[in-house]
Write a protein that binds this ligand. Structure first.
Ligand code: URP
Ligand code: ZN
Length: 479
């Protein structure tokens, strides 16, 4: 007998769209195909065991749950910490159609990467209602080559084979020589190196220049980290990939120059993968103008209209493989905490001071759906960018990221007509978050039911996910 059946829906995968039904047993898809074949497997009598839950998805889309491989939760940053934990993050994510997420280890000099990974996994295990994995963050390559190899081997065996390195932010930024050593060993041991690629030197140089000119307002943040800041670091890492023949991944690309560099690298046959984020698709740096410009400070910064369009072009032609959130949630109070106050009690803008980072875990589906409604991408492409490609690149496909017999039953039912204004009242971040950066944005099309391994996480506007019910997802990179 089936635990769950989803009938009458339009099934949408990365490759196909068809009317059909899905049967689920023990958290796994056991049937997918034409209608009417499962009726004999529906149990309606509690005397005969658990009653089959039937979801009628007439007029709805049935898609694989989204996978979020780029978010920051409980991540110390710029002398503060963001406001979600893995349970509150699970809730926001599930309302936005996400069924699996991946966070980062908070590696420091005093905590080696293996320990930091264990720490993070423990927290995720205790709190998460979604299935989860972690990306180990490397801040150096250590002193000993064999020690590094042992660490990387252990991480790969453990199922956490996708690493992250920063080329900016003193304290976490890693030296080029160390990047090369890690890339070389990662390639040999079957791991993937991912990068937050911005040039620390360009950012520092431009920031000093702007401060000398008394240009501190939010709108100068983009000038402090101009397109060249991202492009230089991206090109440098691509050169390193060419030298080592290692596969690489770029987090949050925002500039047309970086997208073009990735496009050309792919043409040369390099294994280069890249994402952009929902906010670079939705906004330009116009948002940094005025008093609320502080709410839109994230790194890399928002860019020009030309850059925004280049992101959509990159998604359409396959240069960019994913759209992620880079979620890191701070209240306005936290963002303003280091600002000075003028004689009228007003906060004085200084783009160097607020912690960078914005919410987006819950809004991501809506930003992709806006692209579908405008004709920028198809529904199949939405599935590819939000679910299938994250699973393929980070190594959990086909357990996740598709709807096939034998896959985990991670499924969302989407009402294409449901309109959801992305206001803070409608979203599910903790109430202390007192603003939404997407105020005024209405998503047409929204997940009304989110299912993780056959278990209902969201239904009828209610979150049913249990703290700690998420499972660790052992990943294996095959690039
Ligand atoms: O501004 C951002 N993106 N904050 C999160 C940390 C990072 O830089 O990736
Ligand atoms: Zn980053």
């Amino acid at each position: 007998m089936l635990d769950l059946i989803i009938k009458n829906g339009t099934i949408i995968t990365a490759d196909e769209t068809y009317k059909g039904e899905i049967g689920v047993e023990n958290g796994v898809i056991t049937y997918i195909g034409s209608a009417g074949k499962l009726d004999h497997l529906i149990n309606t009598d509690p005397e005969n065991g658990p009653v089959t839950k039937v979801i009628d998805a007439e007029g709805k889309y049935v898609m694989p749950g989204l996978i979020e491989p780029h978010m920051h939760v409980k991540a110390p940053f710029s002398g503060t910490i963001d406001m979600l934990d893995f349970y509150t993050a699970s809730k926001c994510a599930a309302f936005g159609g996400v069924t699996t997420f991946m966070d980062f280890s908070t590696t420091t000099e005093s905590m080696p990467v293996l320990e930091a990974v264990e720490d993070r996994l423990r927290e995720m295990e205790e709190e998460s209602a979604l299935d989860y994995c972690v990306h180990p963050k490397f801040i150096n390559a250590g002193k000993d080559k064999e020690e590094l190899r042992k660490t990387i081997k252990t991480l790969v065996e453990k199922g956490v084979p996708a690493f992250k390195m920063f080329t900016i932010y003193p304290g976490v930024m890693i030296k080029d020589a160390d990047i090369l050593r890690i890339m070389q060993t990662a390639k040999e041991e079957g791991a993937l190196c991912g990068f937050h690629a911005e040039s620390n030197d360009i950012a520092q140089f431009m920031t000093e220049k702007l401060i000398e000119e008394q240009k501190k307002d939010w709108e100068y943040f983009n000038a402090a980290k101009p397109n060249a800041c991202e492009a230089e670091a991206v090109n440098r890492i691509i050169e390193f990939a060419e030298l080592t023949d290692a596969p690489i991944y770029f987090y949050h690309l925002s500039t047309k120059e970086a997208v073009e560099a990735v496009r050309q690298a792919k043409k040369r046959g390099l294994k280069v993968y890249a994402e952009t984020c929902g906010h670079y698709l939705a906004f330009t740096d116009e948002k940094n103008k005025g008093k609320d410009g502080i709410n839109y400070l994230m790194s890399p910064p928002l860019r020009s209209e030309e850059d925004r369009k280049a992101m959509w072009d990159g998604l359409r032609d396959g240069t960019l493989s994913l759209v992620t959130s880079d979620n890191e949630v701070f209240t306005r109070e936290i963002k303003e905490k280091d600002l000075e106050t003028d004689e009228k009690g007003e906060k004085i803008p200084d783009f160097r001071k607020p912690v960078n980072g914005i919410p987006g875990l819950e809004e991501r589906f809506g930003l992709l759906m806006a692209g579908v409604n405008r004709g920028d991408i198809t529904l199949n492409k939405l599935v590819e960018l939000g679910s299938t490609n994250p699973a393929k690149i980070f190594g959990c496909y086909p357990k996740k990221g598709c709807l096939e017999i034998g896959c985990d039953a991670d499924i969302i039912v989407v009402d294409p007509e449901k309109e959801v204004p992305l206001t803070w009242e409608n979203l599910h971040y903790p109430p202390e978050l007192d603003y939404s950066i997407y105020e005024g944005f209405v998503s047409r099309g929204w997940p009304i039911c989110t299912i993780r391994r056959g278990e209902i996480l969201v239904e009828n506007g209610e979150f049913k996910g249990k703290k700690g019910s998420g499972q660790f997802l052992k990943c294996k990179v095959k690039l």
